[in-house]
Design a protein around this ligand. Structure first.
Ligand code: PHE
Length: 339
């Protein structure tokens, strides 16, 4: 029996392993319940009483030896692993990098905050719309070019399902559900079938405003827009309204704000006019109120709509609209301090 123990001891001494999994195999082979050393303990029962002391000690020494060897092998693998992954668990942690808001979100939040001060709430509507909410209820005549495939992305024809081309559709959704007074703004994404270039994209964002109540006048519209322009572009800003046309407002206008870059002197951003075109607006056409079951004899209202990209480009001096949609981190992280 002693010879057997000696032989096992020599065997264990010789062991070398190349992969971590083999260490576990060794443990099973020698010291698990059915392992070789455990078998020695079984045999030990048959050893004669005079030999018991010597053999017992030898088995125990062998077992300890095997345990030490296996632990030592295990440790070499664990430290090797650490070296090979280059991990040093004692190093201090890396600081977590904070993200930044998208410039479009920064500008949208700023505009929402300005109108919140005037009591405007925020509402949203679906991006996939029907003809009624995008065109018909907004007084678009049947032959209007916006109803053409060239301008609008249609998903289905007859009945028409399409991607909204403006947030004015949310005016209809809100007026269908609520009777005046209504004072709300609607931010959202819109889609137009346009060639993508530095100045235009097939996706962009708008903020629509709607105020419907008794005795709302064009003067209210003008004063609201002046307040807005001064909050957004600075208190020295001036506005001017140029007559325009939209099917859903009458009269309609386009608003320019004095160029905040040159202060109205003329520069390449305002193309030496001193003015920047910002939004479309007007008094809600009575046909639109009636389409939403609002009494146009009792109520009047104004509406306006602006492109967020354009305002963000002016505010941050961004020259290409495509930057907003590429999500290039080198572009986005420049807005870390903006909000
Ligand atoms: N919907 C118009 C556009 O997309 C903007 C607008 C909104 C004009 C509300 C007047 C009133 O150009």
């Amino acid at each position: 029996m002693l010879d057997k123990i000696k032989a096992l001891q020599e065997e264990i001494e010789q062991i070398s392993v190349s992969v971590k999994e083999e260490v576990e195999d060794l443990r099973i082979k020698y010291i698990s319940k059915k392992g070789l050393i455990s078998q020695l303990f079984e045999e030990f029962k048959t050893v004669s009483p005079e030999q018991k002391k010597e053999v017992g000690q030898a088995i125990n020494t062998l077992k300890q030896f095997a345990l030490d060897k296996i632990n030592q092998l295990k440790e070499t693998f664990e430290s090797n692993e650490q070296e090979s992954t280059g991990l040093d668990l004692t190093m201090p942690g890396e600081a977590i990098k904070l993200g930044s808001r998208h410039p479009l979100s920064i500008v949208r939040n700023e505009i929402v905050d300005i109108f919140a001060c005037l009591g405007f709430t925020v509402a949203e509507g679906p991006e996939i719309e029907d003809d009624w909410h995008v065109f018909s209820a907004l007084n678009f005549p049947p032959e209007h070019p916006a109803r053409d495939m060239q301008d609008t992305f249609f998903i289905e024809k007859d009945p028409d399902i399409l991607l909204r081309t403006h947030t004015s559709s949310v005016q209809i959704r809100v007026m269908e559900k609520t009777q005046p007074p209504i004072r709300a703004i609607f931010p959202g994404r819109v889609f137009r079938n346009e060639a993508i270039s530095a100045r235009s994209h097939c996706i962009f964002h708008q903020i629509e405003g709607l105020y419907v109540a008794e005795n709302v006048s064009f003067a209210d519209l003008k004063q609201t827009l002046l307040y807005f322009a001064r909050e957004l572009f600075g208190e020295k800003s001036q506005i001017r309204l140029r007559p325009s046309y939209f099917p859903f407002t009458e009269p309609s206008a386009e608003m320019d704000v004095s160029c905040s870059i040159c202060g109205g002197e003329g520069c390449n951003v305002c193309k030496y006019t001193g003015w920047l075109e910002i939004l479309g607006c007007g008094m809600v056409d009575p046909n639109v109120l009636e389409a939403c079951n609002i009494d146009s004899k009792k109520y009047t209202g104004f509406a306006f709509g602006m492109g967020i990209e354009r305002i963000a480009m002016l505010k941050f001096g961004i020259k290409d609209i495509r930057h907003f949609f590429e999500n290039d981190v080198r572009f986005l992280k420049q807005f870390e301090s903006a909000q």
